[in-house]
Design a protein around this ligand. Structure first.
Ligand code: IFM
Length: 502
């Protein structure tokens, strides 16, 4: 096993200053004000995920994933909501693609349901499952929308969880086989391929705090899962390269945290380093550099000796990437354990649980970030997005960047005339797109933006209570109504310029 010799560059700053003692300087240029335009070819996209929108949970041979099992377990999701019907996209696919075209999208990011394509997680692909995605891709291409395919957005086939799930090596191997099946079937028409979405959530919310499927609360399993997700990415990347045409572009979507220390106190800076290791470097270091951070291995020594890493794993994980996807919502503020530590069930912005998603660093204190709050209770702070884009520009030179998710939940409701006005979401999008433009001005190679989400959908443990969509969904009738943010975004996509705020 290879490990880094030092903590390496930390993603993050101290709150308020904008520059970090150990982090990168983030004030390289001012945020552009007034009219802002984007480079030709910049992708104006929106994103979704299979379990959150498709429904038709048992149609055409699909079998349960861990999210079907979890959402059907009493007490796991708000109001017992499930993805059984979701927003019925499986049956409304053509109309949804027509709506995307009306909104001027130039790209659409979706995920493939593994258990629709390979119901047991093993063996040959089910043609009807593949046909759905082939139809989707063809509909997109016919309307000039670039498909961006994600192989795994959290919905592991239940049979693979029953065989051990991500904590075991075999899951990574099965993932590579599944990747090859999808690659062979769709490689002739999909150019942009993403292996995993937000492996941090799969590992640490799924196996650590248990607020996500499969709902296990075991710190060792969480770290083992992180490693086998990394391995799954590397093996799948190799499998895809062997079946995809040379023009295909391959990447991964991480959800790195812009981690900020509450003060410059060395103990707070150390808390930031620890969380940076568990939130960011546990994935970025092996994927981009072929090593695990030495400080992470030391910080987690009471949890595990990491002996599940086989000799060849780091070479397998460290595969060339064409792009890195950054998913960003809010910064994270931490301090050292101390008298101001909140009591009661912990909450670090990732759902309340009595169990920590931070193995070995359970005592780090999380604070609400300053600023305006969204319906998720998350803070609005576009500077964190600029910071991350600049960080990965420096850390992964030559690798293009995409913002593969960014967006906001508000309590949107239709007015008396049926229209949905969401000026706060427009301000949110405008602020984050300006942060991207600023990063491009500062030298970041950002090729596109995928707003989360195209339409309101199943927000995991929050069920249907949180609305992230550009398109409002009436869950009784499944009627789709583009919100005013959708019209604003359509104007941006058509002109390549940010329209004035309402
Ligand atoms: O809905 C999720 C998505 O599935 C992954 N990224 C964050 C979004 C909002 O919580």
């Amino acid at each position: 096993m290879t490990s880094g010799t030092s903590a390496g560059p930390t993603v993050g700053t101290t709150t308020g200053t904008g520059t970090g003692a150990a982090g990168l300087s983030v004030h390289t240029s001012p945020t552009p004000s007034g009219p802002v335009s984007f480079p030709a070819g910049f992708a104006w996209g929106a994103a979704t995920a299979a379990y959150q929108i498709e429904g038709s949970a048992s149609a055409d041979g699909r079998t349960p994933s861990i999210w079907d099992t979890f959402s059907h377990t009493p007490g796991k999701t708000l109001g017992g909501d499930t993805g059984d019907v979701a927003v019925d996209h499986y049956r409304r696919r053509a109309d949804d693609v027509a709506l995307m075209a009306e909104l001027g999208l130039t790209a659409y990011r979706f995920s493939v349901s593994w258990s629709r394509v390979q119901p047991t997680g093993r063996g040959p692909a089910v043609q009807r499952g593949l046909d759905f995605y082939r139809g989707l891709v063809d509909d997109l291409l016919a309307r000039g929308i670039t498909p961006a395919l994600t192989l795994y957005h959290w919905d592991l086939p239940q049979e693979l969880e029953d065989a051990g799930g991500w904590p075991v090596r075999e899951t990574a191997e099965r993932f590579a086989e599944y990747a090859a099946l999808v690659g062979e079937a769709l490689g002739d028409r999909v150019e942009m391929w993403t292996t995993l979405n937000e492996p941090w959530c799969s590992a640490f919310l799924g196996y650590g705090s248990g607020v996500h499927a499969p709902g296990r609360t075991d710190p060792v399993a969480a770290l083992r899962a992180a490693h086998h997700l990394n391995l799954g990415h590397g093996l799948a990347a190799q499998a895809l390269r062997s079946v995809l045409p040379a023009r295909a572009r391959l990447g991964i979507s991480l959800n790195p945290s812009a981690v900020r220390a509450k003060t410059e106190d060395p103990a707070d800076l150390d808390a930031r380093r620890r969380i940076d290791a568990l939130a960011n470097r546990v994935f970025a270091d092996p994927i981009l550099h072929g090593r695990y951070p030495a400080d992470l291995l030391a910080d987690t020594v009471r949890v595990t000796d990491w002996s599940f890493i086989a000799d060849s794993d780091l070479t397998a994980i460290h595969q060339p990437l064409d792009f890195l996807g950054i998913n960003y919502y809010q910064p994270t503020v931490v301090s050292a354990p101390g008298p101001d530590a909140p009591t009661g069930p912990r909450s670090d912005g990732h759902g309340a649980s009595d169990f920590s998603p931070w193995p070995g660093s359970e005592d780090v204190v999380f604070h609400p970030a300053p600023g305006e709050r969204t319906a998720m209770g998350w803070s609005v702070d576009p500077s964190g997005l600029h910071e991350l884009l600049m960080h990965y520009t420096a850390e992964a030179p030559g690798v293009a960047l995409y913002v593969t998710e960014n967006g906001v939940a508000y309590d949107d409701e239709p007015g008396p005339d049926g229209s949905v006005h969401d000026p706060d979401r427009i301000r949110y999008l405008d602020g984050h797109l300006r942060a991207i433009r600023r990063a491009i001005n500062d030298g970041a190679d950002v090729r596109g933006y995928f707003q989360w989400s195209l339409m309101d959908n199943f927000e995991w443990a929050y069920g249907y209570s949180k609305r992230f969509g550009l398109i409002y969904i009436d869950y009784e009738t499944q009627q789709r109504t583009p919100k005013s943010s959708a019209h604003w975004y359509a104007q941006a996509a058509r002109s390549g310029q940010l329209p004035p705020l309402p």
